[in-house]
Design a protein around this ligand. Structure first.
Ligand code: ASP
Length: 439
């Protein structure tokens, strides 16, 4: 059994957190490959080391004196080293970083030092080898990720090591230039390491006990999700639920390796297990509820529209030509509505309306802004009668008018459109009917 464990920034923000991490790793000898992030926030108003590094590098680019900023970063690491009682000096690393910043080594290089240095500390603290991600995670010259080469490099290197620390977030191009994934990218590194060592499990340790059924800012103390499939996760993430970097899913999913989201501050919690498929019946009919605000519905109306061949295509073409992505498209006999993201749509609004008029000569176009979309997601819905009925009655009882309903053909989700002011109340009503008063 091999487990790859990735620890996020809040799990490594100070020496106390490092101690919890060590206890977690040493408690289970199958936890062999460790992927750390850079130190995150120690308290709400704190700054992540990654952001400090970006700030410092930008100051260097502007020709400012960066010694004060570098000292601030160095202090963060020194506090951790002293707090752990380690005999480790980062003097030479910081001298090099200072030089490299002055020589404009690049923004990605700058940000990557957060993980690099934390990896050094972690390797010393756990007394296991350090593998520089620049040697095993490969990017193409254009900055895109090179999956094939990375897998080969990582596999060969880790085959020789029973345990190792591989810092997250960065890698390098063939010529040695450091490149990073997008923010939160240590999740991806963890996934790549899990694939390379053919891990049985990829544990992603963070500061929440997995995915919650609903957003805790809307629903008070929502229950957590025990098991979720990759497909369900995709639906919920698309609608705004986020714990894991989206690109972290593909490598492990392909290899059939489950991901377990765990809480460093509550290791006794089982967290959420993300799997390809499962026969474990979900506790509730639904797995999760997520929603996003800020949509506009463009309703195009034309008598006898249903018999006009190519009508829908022409309307959609207008959105495509204007580079606006469509979220949902419920239709009636003589009407079709197109839901789009308000931000993307707003600046092109008049042009799109004019183009639709020109293209299909509708009788009427109506715009409705300030709409929210809510996704009710669950593999359990397929085998359960009456889910849509329960959604409608819950919303009706809460005096919420449903503007749109759209059931995905996989029966995995039902999307509901409501007015912005009903958004939170709708999520609460849905949570209540499916989770609190579940039958
Ligand atoms: N440290 C990087 C960030 O703050 C990457 C990560 O934590 O995953 O985005």
């Amino acid at each position: 059994m091999i487990k790859v464990v990735k620890f996020g920034g809040s799990s490594l923000a100070n020496a106390e957190q490092f101690k919890k991490v060590k206890a977690i790793i040493t408690e289970d000898e199958t936890r062999r490959y460790v992927v750390p992030s850079a130190p995150g926030k120690r308290f709400a108003s704190d700054t992540k080391v990654t952001d400090m590094l970006y700030g410092c590098y930008h100051a260097a680019e502007e020709g400012q004196d960066i010694s004060g900023l570098l000292t601030g970063i160095r202090d963060r690491y020194q506090d951790i080293i002293s707090g752990l009682g380690l005999d480790l000096s980062l003097d030479s690393e910081f001298a090099r970083i200072g030089e490299d910043f002055k020589n404009r080594a690049g923004e990605d290089y700058a940000a990557s030092r957060g993980e690099f240095l934390n990896g050094k500390i972690m390797a010393a603290y756990l007394d296991i080898p350090f593998v520089d991600a620049a040697e095993v995670i490969r990017f193409h010259d254009d900055g895109s990720f090179d999956a094939e080469k990375t897998d080969e490099l990582l596999r060969n290197r880790l085959a020789k090591l029973d345990a190792a620390v591989i810092p997250g977030f960065y890698g390098a191009k063939e010529n040695g230039t450091v490149a990073t994934f997008s923010r939160g990218g240590s999740d991806i590194t963890g996934s790549l390491v899990a694939l390379a060592v053919r891990a049985d499990l990829y544990e992603n340790w963070t500061d929440v006990s997995g995915f919650l059924i609903a957003d805790p800012r809307i629903v008070k103390k929502p229950k957590s999700i025990e098991t979720i499939t990759y497909k369900e996760l995709r639906e919920l993430s698309y609608m705004g639920a986020s714990v894991l970097h989206e690109d972290a899913i593909f490598p492990v999913r392909k290899a059939g390796i489950p991901i377990n989201i765990r809480n460093t501050n509550r290791p006794e919690d089982k967290g959420t297990l993300i799997v390809e498929s499962t026969c474990s019946r979900p506790k509730y009919t639904i797995t999760g509820i997520a929603g996003t605000d800020g949509f506009v519905a463009v309703t195009v109306e034309k008598a006898m529209m249903n018999s006009e061949v190519g009508f829908c295509r022409k309307v959609l073409q207008v959105f495509e030509d204007n580079g606006v992505s469509i979220e949902h498209m419920p239709s009636g006999i003589d009407t079709m509505s197109i839901f789009v993201n308000k931000e993307n749509f707003e600046e092109k609004e008049q042009k799109i309306l004019a183009d639709i008029n020109r293209s299909v000569s509708p009788d009427h176009i109506e715009l409705e802004s300030d709409l929210a979309l809510i996704a009710v997601v669950g593999r359990g819905m397929k085998s359960t009668r009456g889910t849509a009925g329960r959604i409608f009655s819950a919303l009706a009882h809460a005096h919420i008018n449903v503007k749109m309903i759209d059931q995905g053909s996989s029966e995995l989700n039902i999307i509901i459109g409501v007015r912005h002011e009903d958004f939170k109340a709708a999520i609460r009503a849905l949570y209540e009917i499916f989770v609190l008063t579940q039958i």
